[in-house]
Design a protein around this ligand. Sequence first.
Ligand SMILES: Cc1ncc(COP(=O)(O)O)c(C=O)c1O
Length: 391
Amino acid sequence: MGKYAFIDQALDDLRKQGLYNTIRTIESSVGAWVIVEGKRALNMCSNNYLGFANDERLCTAAKDAIDGYGVGPGAVRSIAGTMSLHIELEKKLAAFKGTEAALSVQSGLNTNLATIPLLMGRDDVIFTDELNHASIIDGCRLTKAKRVIFPHRDADALRVLLEENKDIAKKLIVTDGVFSMDGDLAPLPEIVAAAEEYDAMVMVDDAHGEGVLGSHGRGIVDHFGLHGRVDIEAGTMSKAFGVMGGYVAGSADIVDYLRQRARPFLFSSAATPPDVAACIAAIDILQETDAPVRKLWSNADYFKKKMTALGFDTGHSDTPITPVMLGEAETAWNFSKRLFEEGVFATAIAFPTVPQGKARIRVMLSAAHSVSDLDFALEKFAQVGRELGVI
Ligand SMILES: Cc1ncc(COP(=O)(O)O)c(C=O)c1O
């Protein structure tokens, strides 16, 4: 037995359980259509909500930034200085989100690793929704704080748990804004009301809300009119904004503290100049127009209505995330494989990402899709659905 036998064993187990993931290779930019392993396919699974991932304006901004600033930031910002581009992005993000300040970090995942362990310590308590994203879970794991998991979207249960822990002085409630596998929303107004009653901080991960919810895609806080009542908004530039990177938006004090002490900020280099410039271009577009957000929603409404009419179960999503519920993992894998053969790229999602027996294809609508793209997808979903006895 070699020293890597445990890895062979783990990989074997994954294959036996049907959980081994073979990732497809994309050979084009990410738009409504992509070239996947030599084949042109309709892209129904990326988080490119607004079609910005290959938008000409973002690409031009990125190229110009390379001409002006090169390709790399050189080192971490606190040691090697911060580029004016990063400062500009942070100012624009804060203005867009309606907060005092914002801090750019390298990814959405890093926002949670930066913020939660910095704010919470051994004597504190974190209340976290049972279906929160893995990066929130990891952020909580990096602290020594007590963790209290509340039932999914259950503000009444949260209130009971707050009462039970009311003697702990520092409290943080953390939740996804939009839950990525089902597209449902956190009951943020109820969570904020409970937090105010118990003097707890509230942090929302708006990864799937920004660019999607609120005026011009300002996110879930704007959607619910909760400006000034949510302490921390964490977000990503890798979904609706079409690029890469993360940010934390909140009060000037919180952002200043993060800039002084957050470990991903202090110990990992900054986002690259072309990434940052493309993010700035994305925000500029959204400040100017909400047309891409409206297009996204009209595409989502169109697709969901037609899928329901065809007899598909599309879950309980409140957003353009459209889970096509298929039950067993095998059905979902077969469905995805047949769709791909028919020219539609839509990945199956099964346990452990979603519960056993709740495998699905998660369709991600985009403003990049035309109505004829959606009709093509609907025709193929109907064809494969009938073939596999799903509808
Ligand atoms: C809720 C949530 N938070 C954070 C992330 C991570 O974002 P990023 O890809 O920018 O690291 C994701 C992406 O999967 C997410 O869905």
